[in-house]
Design a protein around this ligand. Structure first.
Ligand SMILES: NC(=O)c1ccc[n+]([C@@H]2O[C@H](COP(=O)([O-])OP(=O)(O)OC[C@H]3O[C@@H](n4cnc5c(N)ncnc54)[C@H](OP(=O)(O)O)[C@@H]3O)[C@@H](O)[C@H]2O)c1
Length: 283
C-alpha cells in the first residue's frame, strides 16, 4: 500500500508500543514512511518493530519518556542526523492511571470521617503525585514532542501533527479528574498550536477516540468476551454503534489528518472517532 506522499518521509509516533498507536505506526510504515517508535519500554516497541520489519517496512526504536525534554531533544537530533527532518508527528503517548481515579462518582459524607469503607477513594483522598503524573504525561507529553519535532518541521518547510484527545475533552467522565482535565487541555493546546504554527506551514489537529479497550481500561470497563462491568455496559448503552472501538477504526482519520492532499485546509480540529458517543445526551 505504498503511497508517494508518505514514502520515505519521517514519521514519529509516541506511545507506539501501546494498543492504538502500535497499529497506527504499522499503518504509516505500510504507507512507506520511516517510522520512529517512541515509548519508555523498549520491549513493547520491539514487538511493533518486528511486525513492521517482517512486513518490509522501515522503522527504528526510539526509547524515551515524552516528558523528558532533554531526552526527547537528543532523540530528535539523532533522528535528524540519520533520517532527516520529521514530517509527521503522532502524539499518542498518554493515558490514565488507576491510582489517579476516584472510586466515588459523587461526594459522600464518609470521606470526611476516619473510618472510610475499605478501598474507597474520594476526591479528597487522591494521590496528588499520581494526579500530577497523569496531567504531565498527557499535556507536557504532547507539548515536548511538538516542540522538538515541530522545530524540525518548521526548518524543513512544514509538517503535520496529530494529538490524542478523548471523550473527556468535551465533558468530563466521572472518576477520572486528572485525565479529564488533561485531555481537555490537549484540545485547547491543539487549537493554540494550530494558530501559532500555521505561519510555519504546520497543521495541528487531534483525534478524540471514544472507548477503545486497552490493557488498563479493561479493568474498569471489562470486555464483550469476558463480561462488561456496569461502567462498561453504560458506555456501550451510550454508544449508538453498540460496541467499543478497535485501533483500526482510527487509521483513516489519522492518515487523513496527516495528509495535506486530503485535509490541507484543516487545522485546529478535533475529530471524534467514537461510534456516535457524543451524539447521545443520555436522556
Ligand atoms: N483506549 C482508549 O479508549 C482511548 C480513548 C481516548 C483516548 N485515548 C488516548 O489514546 C492514546 C493511546 O491510548 P492507548 O489505548 O493505546 O493506550 P496504551 O495502550 O496504554 O498505550 C499508551 C502508550 O503510551 C506510552 N507512554 C505512556 N507514558 C509515556 C511517557 N511518559 N513517555 C513515553 N511513552 C509513554 C506507553 O508505553 P510505556 O509505558 O512503555 O512508555 C504505552 O505504550 C493515549 O493518549 C490515550 O489517552 C485512548
Amino acid at each position: 500500500m505504498n503511497d508517494t506522499y508518505f514514502q520515505d518521509q519521517v514519521a514519529v509516533v509516541t506511545g507506539a508500543g501501546g494498543t492504538l498507536c502500535s497499529v497506527i505506526a504499522c499503518d504509516l510504515a505500510e504507507r512507506g514512511a520511516r517510522v520512529a517508535l517512541v515509548g519508555r519500554t523498549p520491549a513493547k516497541l520491539q514487538v511493533v518493530a518486528d511486525k513492521i520489519t517482517a512486513a518490509g517496512g522501515n522503522c527504528r526504536i526510539a526509547s524515551c519518556d515524552v516528558t523528558d525534554e532533554r531526552g526527547m531533544q537528543q532523540l530528535a537530533d539523532e533522528l535528524l542526523a540519520d533520517w532527516g527532518p520529521c514530517r509527521f508527528l503522532v502524539n499518542g503517548a498518554g493515558g490514565n492511571n488507576i491510582k489517579a481515579m476516584t472510586t466515588l462518582t459523587a461526594f459522600d459524607a464518609s470521606e470526611l470521617g476516619d473510618a472510610r469503607p475499605e478501598g474507597q477513594v474520594g476526591f479528597f483522598d487522591l494521590d496528588m503525585e499520581m494526579f500530577e503524573q497523569v496531567l504531565n504525561t498527557n499535556t507536557l507529553g504532547t507539548v515536548i514532542p511538538s516542540r522538538v519535532f515541530g522545530r524540525q518541521m518548521a526548518s524543513a518547510g512544514g509538517g503535520s501533527i496529530v494529538n490524542f484527545a478523548s471523550m473527556n475533552s468535551y465533558c468530563p467522565l466521572t472518576r477520572v479528574p486528572a485525565y479529564a482535565m488533561a485531555k481537555a487541555a490537549v484540545v485547547n493546546l491543539t487549537e493554540w498550536l494550530a494558530a501559532y504554527l500555521a505561519a510555519a506551514n504546520i497543521r495541528v489537529n487531534a483525534v478524540a477516540p471514544g472507548f477503545f479497550v486497552n490493557a488498563r481500561s479493561v479493568q474498569y470497563l471489562g470486555s464483550v468476551q469476558s463480561g462488561l462491568t456496569p461502567r462498561g455496559q453504560k458506555v456501550i448503552d451510550h454508544t449508538p454503534m453498540g460496541r467499543f472501538g478497535e485501533a483500526k477504526d482510527l487509521l483513516g482519520c489519522v492518515a487523513w489528518l496527516l495528509d495535506d492532499r486530503a485535509s490541507g485546509f484543516i487545522t485546529g480540529a478535533t475529530i471524534p472517532v467514537d461510534g456516535g458517543f457524543l451524539t447521545r445526551s443520555g436522556v
